[in-house]
Design a protein around this ligand. Structure first.
Ligand code: AVJ
Length: 329
């Protein structure tokens, strides 16, 4: 039993084991992504320690309205979320990161049966769980180290309490429409009958405002994007010249999404884990989509995945939405 591994393991893998596993997955994904045409590396790899710190800095930028607006909405609606959820439920967070917004819900729901943060980074999860246990001594914290896009079940310890999912921050925006539907279906299955989901989605708006949010004047977003190459260099022994790539982000109104790329500024080559790759001048590596929603998009997404919309909250400027969905019966 002491060798048990996987998301429900009582004994976490050693830090070295976890790191080796994460690195192998990273290597496979990067090599696969660079062999594709067009080239693309999944956005989840942007979040190493430095990437996560840069993303936290993005959330403080004046242009990046998403975090402050969502936090304001959640601050207002947390008591109503708590009422809708009812007493004694379990809160399941998909991609918990540093769980900052979670505290707004934890404060409004003092009688939770459990808080279950799901995150792909063992390190994030351990730090977050330790902090929350310190700050909420009565709250059972049951972290699950997994990719929420593929997680099939929650650990038995979560129990039979009614399950409320939490997917804030416009993380759903990283997913294409079919991926978003697949994620919500999976969430619905994990949350079970009577389950509900609190979703944060960025809204369609003036394209200039969207453009500015992903092209900030201080260049933090560019650093965040380029950090992916820095991470590949460090973790996979690659030779990317960061000065020869540029962050590129623009709004595509047809798809209703921000598209983000790393653009090669010259014809150049780079070696990744012993494999050589050629880049033409102007060639791009896709790193992220950030889909923007309107009410009809949210309706369509919910019904495609077996959810019913119970309540939506937005800010006066209609920049961001928090939506309470329940599993349709
Ligand atoms: C973390 C996916 C919500 O799409 O707004 C921010 C990521 N990338 N700036 C977003 C991001 C560049 C962010 N999400």
């Amino acid at each position: 039993m002491s060798k048990e591994a996987g998301p429900f393991a009582e004994t976490a893998p050693s830090a070295a084991e976890a790191e080796a596993g994460e690195r192998a997955a990273f290597r496979l994904a990067v090599l696969d992504g660079l062999r594709r045409s067009p080239r693309a590396i999944p956005a989840k790899f942007l979040y190493d320690a430095r990437g996560s710190a840069l993303f936290d800095a993005i959330c403080e930028l004046p242009e990046y309205y998403l975090t402050s607006i969502e936090t304001a909405i959640l601050t207002d609606c947390a008591p109503e979320i708590a009422r809708l959820a009812g007493p004694g439920c379990a809160l399941i967070e998909f991609g918990s990161g540093s769980s900052v917004k979670t505290r707004l819900l934890l404060d409004a729901m003092p009688d939770l049966a459990a808080y279950v943060p799901i995150d792909i980074s063992r390190q994030h999860l351990d730090v977050t769980a330790a902090r929350l246990r310190g700050d909420y001594p009565a709250l059972p914290v049951r972290p699950v180290c997994a990719d929420y896009m593929t997680l099939a079940a929650l650990p038995p310890g979560v129990g039979a309490a009614r399950r409320i999912g939490f997917f804030p921050g416009s993380t759903i925006g990283n997913l294409t429409p079919p991926e978003a539907t697949a994620f919500l279906r999976r969430a619905r299955a994990l949350l079970g009958e009577g389950g509900a989901l609190v979703l944060g989605a960025d809204l369609k708006k003036d394209p200039q405002r969207l453009h500015d949010a992903y092209n900030d004047s201080s260049g933090v977003t560019a650093e965040f994007s380029l950090n992916l190459l820095r991470r590949i260099n460090r973790e996979l022994g690659a030779t990317f010249n960061l000065a020869a790539f540029a962050h590129e982000a623009f709004y595509d109104p047809g798809h209703g999404r921000i598209e983000i790329y790393l653009r090669s500024l010259a014809a150049q080559s780079a070696t990744v884990a012993g494999h050589a790759f050629e880049f033409a001048e102007g060639e791009r590596v896709h790193t992220e989509y950030s889909y923007k929603y309107d009410d009809a998009d949210i309706d369509a997404l919910a019904s495609s995945a077996g959810f019913t919309i119970v309540r939506r909250w937005t800010d006066p400027g209609r920049l961001f939405a928090v939506i309470y969905l329940k599993a349709s019966s």
